[in-house]
Design a protein around this ligand. Structure first.
Ligand SMILES: *Cc1c(COP(=O)(O)O)cnc(C)c1O
Length: 384
């Protein structure tokens, strides 16, 4: 990696970090090294540092170096999915008897992984209001080894104060892990605020085109990076070369896409705020958002995700989801196309009946980068 390019501005790093032109052909796009193994020059004599593609693959290495450069971390690692990344991080940082603090409105899959899979390995957990540092400090136990943070949260768009939580984590000897999927490194860089590990579902904004499932981890220190890399190889939940290439390709336009996501979301928020069928709008950019000041301090802008509650309850919310046309009814988020969904019946079905249950009148939008007039026209019709 060329140091000058790796140290450039965000968009320069997104396009160049880890992505030197191919030394053999000069190819500007990193090749898809679709190979499982590598010829050795003698027994144990590696010609390139690569021996087997679970351990390392050049396309994945390019992505991993780029991810580390974007988050300002020591080491990046690319996984088969966001949840594969989460599982690997948790089983690196935790052992039986340990305790994890997680947000009481965490991504449903994160809650399921910790509450139903990790629990069977003797890892305990408590769901807390992560946007309230005092509640977090009170929930720490002598066995707490991980404080797991998501900000903004999915789907309620609560904001946690990363710097305050870093202080609490440091004081109790726990690692602070931040799921940065909703903000992306373009809007928020948790390692600079004191986090130990930052994690992404690259399926979302980093990939950006709804055509790949992937996960990423970036660590603040090389030591933690090496430990997670050991587990990545030992557990095997790696990103394949083509998937790594798709994420790398998506990342090149992350900055311009996020600018448009934010602009469109701001206009959608303005539209919904004044609408008679809407009871409330959840967006960290609103001055009445309970943690707006924290968001303004730690985020460059407020992102492309918008949630809102309908006056007419669940029935009204389901109707809007089904009437929308350009906003496609579907799970996931962060792609160029706008999506609409009903968290209670879709993404957050697995937390029904738990403390993480979401309101039934809630709608979540992933605001895409289409023309804003068309998006507002679609919402006008769906809400009429
Ligand atoms: C989607 C998502 C995940 C899980 O990622 P996958 O790639 O679906 O495994 C984790 N955290 C957040 C915030 C997400 O939105």
């Amino acid at each position: 990696m060329s140091e000058a390019r790796a140290d450039g501005g965000f968009n320069t790093r997104a396009i160049h970090a880890g992505q030197e032109p191919d030394s053999l052909t000069g190819a500007v796009a990193v090749p898809i090294y679709q190979t499982s193994t590598y010829k050795q020059d003698g027994v144990g004599g590696l010609r390139s540092g690569y021996e087997y593609s679970r351990s390392a693959n050049p396309t994945r290495t390019a992505l991993e170096e780029c991810l580390a450069a974007l988050e300002g971390g020591a080491r990046g690692l690319a996984f088969a999915s966001g949840l594969a990344a989460e599982d690997t991080v948790l089983r690196t940082l935790c052992k039986p008897g340990d305790h994890v603090l997680l947000p009481d409105d965490a991504y449903g899959g994160t809650f399921r992984l910790i509450a139903r899979v990790l629990s069977r390995w003797g890892v305990d957990h408590t769901a807390v209001a992560m946007h309230d540092p005092a509640a977090v400090a009170a929930a720490v136990t002598p066995n707490t080894t991980v404080v797991w943070v998501e900000t903004p949260t999915n789907p309620l768009l609560n904001i946690a104060d990363i710097a305050a939580l870093a202080e609490i984590s440091k004081n109790c000897g726990a690692a602070l892990v931040v799921d940065n999927t909703f903000a992306s490194p373009y809007l928020q860089q948790p390692l600079a605020l004191g986090a130990d590990v930052v994690l992404h579902s690259t399926t979302k904004y980093l990939g950006g085109h709804s055509d790949v499932v992937g996960g990423a981890v970036v660590t603040s220190t090389a030591a933690v990076g090496d430990e997670i890399a050991f587990h990545q190889n030992a557990m095997g939940a790696i990103s394949g070369p083509f998937d790594a290439w798709l994420v790398l390709r998506g990342i090149k336009t992350l900055g311009v896409r996020m600018d448009r996501h934010c602009e469109n979301a701001e206009q959608v928020v303005q539209f919904l705020t004044g609408h008679p069928a809407v009871a409330s709008v959840l967006y960290p950019g609103l001055s009445e958002h309970p943690n707006h000041e924290v968001a303004a301090r730690q985020m460059a802008r407020f992102g492309g995700m918008v949630s809102f509650r309908m006056r007419g309850g669940e029935e009204a919310a389901l109707k809007v989801c089904e009437l929308a046309q350009i906003f496609t009814l579907g799970e996931s988020l962060g792609g160029v196309e706008s999506l609409i969904e009903h968290p209670g019946r879709m993404t957050h079905m697995s937390v029904a009946g738990s403390p993480l249950e979401v309101p039934s009148d809630l709608i979540r939008l992933s605001v895409g980068i289409e023309n804003i007039e068309d998006l507002l026209g679609d919402l006008t019709a769906a809400l009429a």
